[in-house]
Structures are given as structure tokens and as C-alpha cells.
Design a protein around this ligand. Sequence first.
Ligand SMILES: *Cc1c(COP(=O)(O)O)cnc(C)c1O
Length: 790
Amino acid sequence: MNKQELKNNINRYCKVKYGKTISESKDYEIFNALSLALLEEVVDDWNATKKLYSEQKQAFYLSAEYLMGRALGNNLISMGVYEEVKELLQELNINLNQIEEIEEDAGLGNGGLGRLAACFMDSGATMNIPLQGYGIRYSNGLFNQKIVDGAQVEEIDTWLKYGDPWSIRREDEAVVVDFKDYSVKAVPYDMPIISYGSKNINTLRLWQAEPLVEFDFDYFNAQDYAKATAMKNKAEDISRVLYPNDSKEAGKLLRLRQQYFMVSASLKDILAPVLKGEEKLDVKDLGSKYAVQLNDTHPVLAIPEFIRLLVDERGVSFEEARAAAQKVFAYTNHTILAEALEKWDVKLINKLFPRLLEIIKELDKLFIEELKIAGYTKDQIEEFRIIGNKQVRMANLAIHMGFAVNGVAALHTEILKDTELSNWYKLYPNKFQNKTNGITPRRWVRLCNQELSAFITELLGTEDWVKDLSKLKGLEKYINEDRVLNRLTAIKKTKKEQLVAYIKKVEGVELDPASLFDIQIKRLHEYKRQLLNAFYILDLYYRLKENPSLDIPKVSFIFGAKAFPGYVRAKAIVKFIGEIAKLINNDASINGKMKVIFVENYRVSYAEKLFPAAEISKQISTAGKEASGTGNMKFMVNGALTFGTYDGANVEIVQEAKEENNFIFGLRVEEIEAIQGLEEGYIPEAYYEAQKDLKKVVDSLIDGTFSDGGTGEFKDLYHSLIKEGDTYFLLADFKAFKEAEDKVFEAYKDQRRWAQMSLMNIANAGIFSSDRTIMQYATEIWGITPITLK
Ligand SMILES: *Cc1c(COP(=O)(O)O)cnc(C)c1O
């Protein structure tokens, strides 16, 4: 990159966009001008990559969520010019960090599933895989969270307010999506996904919904302005928010519309050469040209839509179209929570796209015939059916029609095969695969922990580890070198100090960087058991009050989580933690020995500050409930030790980094199943009555210790444990949790040993790179080999 040229380009964009010189420009204006100047650098390679990919088999990733976070810093790292641009800006008296901080997160997702899609995009480009992402360009991302008096308040996210310099609107590639009642335009916005270490530029294409005509001229002329723009609003609603509230039928219809909008636009785009007849393609060969990965069930309508396009618009026979679909689609399952397995009322589908319902019914019928021939009884067939109880079962449609089904961690895939989907596994043993999730090392180490990255590069003598994370294994040989261990400890301290300064600035709370940083950050959900962590903290506080000389290190408990707006219990847990924090942080008698903070608005950019500062990674889901987790991997590679249950990818984490370097506790899947299999089942009251310490913290929900503002929310939490059977086994795991924490405190006394444990975690985090995961998808599912732009 030519420095002077880049300077000139930034200057020019400031001029033509804002009519200013650089020095007169505001931070967001510089952010936009710099982004455009960088985009300009990659456009030629981007177009060349598209052409290169179009000449061979391609994979398409369909996902309702992409939790991208910020683009600028990541793109600078991928382009290999972060330091150079930082210096260049310094010459202009501009601080790059300040410019990075002005960027709004693209929060087009909820949590792990959406962040996985974002990591896959990054890794697809770096591994030079012909992979394109498709999704929806929500004009408002996941809500911004305010914590007011300890409780969550949602505010609208307006991520586009400063513009979106990293997207290019492709008006000329817009397509029309037809619903039964009206049609809308889907306009693609393309984001470049920049490879680290090669010239490939992949694409994330997000669709924006717009009306076919801006407004109705006749109504406007008749001065009925509401009616004149009614269609514009109806169209724009489709790409307004992720997962609109669906407590009523209107909301359900909107969600369903979104799903079809995304898949119909994407397939028209993917199949354009076929549909336009430009390409003489044998339908039987579609499976050797395209692979479409369905990220969970949200994009599963792509299957009947694919068939519809071939049959209705290309005159292909139903049998042939069905057979082609069975070679193109693959499905990723992300959960075993029954509530998350999507089902849609036949009535709703019929209301929006009756032709799709016809196709789904036909698929159901053909499937039944196959099962009959295979010797299944009517009762057995019922479980497999695509339509049941007047609902379309999206997972069944995907498993039957897809050529591959994958779980997202070893334990998760085993549970799918053994229990949740065991009959499907018997029917289609060859479809099932495991693809353990991963995270991109570019964002989650190289960008967010530049101090650690520089040290790793120094030790390994090369920066290759950023695109081959297995190289971290080479750090193990330093396990007894004090120089290395001390540097690791010093880097952790630096990252803690940076976090402390940031928290002070945005939350107004002061933490001690010398305290143990114990962090639980993830969506708020009962199965993730933030409430168990809260109970533990409260119990520790009571013990400290009783015994001021209790032998524990100074400790900071940090939470970050958004609760889905309609999830009352999750919001009650936020409030409960807020109350505990208030009690503990305001108690001068404990001399600041412990602090609790619930950080506001947990999101990707905040996560980038939290993971590098963590010493304990809290991963305490009920065994069997967390499909994989990826937060656990981000902690690990940044040197935090896992405090967790034997669940999801925690199992593989301790397999790699060894159990002695982490803290594993609690019931295992088999033990939970055994308890559930007992005649009397699980009796939470037994634990509650037998453990005075446990009873005291649980009772704090109802005995007036804390106020829920008269909402009755805390009493409801109490009921979930005592009356409703404690679905997630908090009470059963409390004792083991405490014992494991004692081990943490004991271990923390020996800082040298702690640094060794930390080093072992970093050195063995290699397999949790999403580069490894995406290569496995490419070779084991899609049948695609990398191709590098020359
Ligand atoms: C990684 C990540 C997640 C997923 O965290 P889990 O602990 O795996 O649930 C969620 N949200 C954000 C912002 C993340 O970066």
C-alpha cells in the first residue's frame, strides 16, 4: 500500500462526502473516509475473486444472523496494514483507536449462532474457500441495552446512523420476492470479507426489503399520505429487525415473511445463471456446482423454494428438482432445546406462499411412501413426518431433504445421535457429522489482544499462527521459563488495566486490576445458569461478612448479557444480579474484597475488551444443554482458565488443555439422565433443605433481602426452582460449584503456576480456530477445495 496515495484518498473522500479537509472532519467522517479509501484498495481483487469462484463449485451460507461487530480494525488486520495506517493517521494527528471506537457494531444477530456465522465468513476468506454468505440487512440490529436501577431497558439500535461505508449497494442485482398478498424488492448490500494473507476477497450479501414503487401517486395526489406510503412501510418492515416479537399472529407472519424473503432472494441470486437460461445446466449436476448450508432452521424454506424455482420457472419435473435439492442442501443443528425447534402453522404458510405449501405436502407424501417401503409402521412414520399437528416441522424437512446434518461440538453431535435425533440417525446414519465450532483468531486474538499477539509472534518467530492456529502448540516448550511466564502475567495485567479504565469510563464503576477477574458473558438464559453464579457470589459475600479474614483473593465478578425482551425470567435474573451488586459494592465493611458488575450492552466490541482481561471463563450451563459455546474458546485463546461443567465444547477444551489446567465441576449428562430416570425423579427441595447456605441464598428471592420493585419477578424465579422442579439443576450443582471455586482461589495464590496453566490453555487452543472448522465443512460436507487468487 502506498502511504501517500492512501492519505490523498482519505482527504479526497472527506472533501467529496463532507466538503471538509481531514483536519476539519469529525471522527465519524474520518471513519467513513478511511473506510472508503481502504475499500477502494480491495475492489479489484474483490471482483476478480467473484469471477474466479464462479468458475467452480461454490458454497453458500444462509443465516438469519450475522453478529459482525465492527469492520474497520478487523479489515486493517486482514489487509496487514494496521500498524502502517495507525502511523499514517498519527502523522495527521489522528488517533486510530478513537476512530475505531466511533464505529457502531453491526449487531445483526443475538449471540453465538450469529457470531459463528461471522467467524465463518472471516475464515472462509482466509482459507480461500469459494464461500458466500447470505442474510438480511436489518436496518435496526439487536437492541441496545441500558441497565436502569439494575434492570434491563431496551433501546433501538441505529447502527446505520453514520452510514455504512463497508457495504456496496448493488441496485442492478436486485430481485423481486413475491408473497401471495404483495411483492417486494430485495436489494443486495455486499460487504467484502478480506482474507488474511492472500488476495481473496469473499462476499457477505445482505438483502434489504424495499417497495416496488416508492409511493402510490394516486393516493398521494388525493392527499391520503398514509395510504400513499403504506406499501413502503409494509416492505421495509421485512428487513427492520431480527426476530420481531411473535406473541401475536401479525408478528408470526412477519417472521415467516422474513425467512422467505431471505431464501427466495438468495436462491434467485444463486440460481440466476440457471434461471436465466444463460447456462445450459443439467439439473442432475446442480449438486456439483452448488452447496447450500442452512444455519439452523430459519432458512429451511430454501428447500421448497429451490424446487419451486426449478419446477415453475424452468419446467423441471418435480422428481428431478427434488433429487437435485437432496444433493445441494446441508443443515446445521444448533440446539437440543425443544422450544428452539421451529414449527410453522400450515395456515400461516398457506397465507403467504400457498405454492410452497403444495410443495411441502408433496415432499411429505413422497417421504411417507419411502418410509412405508422401508418397513416403518404408521406410528413410527408419524415422528418423521414433515407435517404434523397442522404444522410444518422445519428440522424434519431439513434432515430429510439435506444430504448432511451436523452438530456443533462432539458431545452435542453424540447427544443428537443417541437421544434427540436417534431415530433419524438410524434412518440416515451417513448424513450425521460433527463440526466442532471455532472462532476467528484474527478478531479474537490478533486484533483484540495485540500485546499477547506480539509476544506470541516474538516467541514463535513468525506471525503464521494467525492463519494456522495449531502453531500455538509451539508455546508449550516455554512452560518452565520464568521470563515467558512473567511476560504473560504482565500482559494479562495490562489488558485488565485497559478494561478497568474502560469500565470506569462507561459504567462509572471502579475495579481493582489486582483482583481476580472472573467473567461470565453470554446471552442471558436459564440454561446458562447466570442465576447459579449469582447464588454463589451472594453466598461468598455472606461468608465474608461472617468471617472477615476468610482466605480468598480479592475478586471481581463481571457479567455481561442481553435478555430477550419478551423473556421475563431472564430479565428478572438481570435485576437480581443488579441487586446483589448493589448490596456488595456498597458494603464498606468488606473493604472492596469483592465486587460485582453487570456491564451494560454486551456486544462484540465490548467482548473484544472483556475476553483478553479474563482470568476465569465461566461456562456453567447444565450438562447437555449448551450445544457448543464459542465464548469459551475466545477466553481460552486469551489465556483464561475454564471454570465449567462438562458440556458443549468445554469437553474438548479440557481434552486439549488438560483437566488439571482448568476447573471442571458438576453433574455430567449421564448423571443428570440417571437422576431423571429415578422413580422419584429430581427433587430440588431435598438439596435446598439439606444445605443451609443454599437455602439462605435461594430464600433471598422471597424473604425481603432484595426488592424486585413489586413485580413479583423474584418470587417467580424462586418458583422456577422450588415449585417447577428446577429444570436446569442449579440446586443440585451448587455444592460442587462452591468446591470448585475454592480450588480457583487456592490456585490463584501461586501466580507462577497460574501463568503455566494459562500458557497451557493458549498453547492448546489451536483446534478451536474457525479456519479448521470451515475447512472441515469445505472438505467433509461441501466437497470444495480452496482456490487462491493470483
Ligand atoms: C462469542 C459471543 C457470543 C457467544 O458466547 P457463548 O458463551 O458461546 O454463548 C455471544 N455474544 C457475543 C457478543 C460474542 O462475541
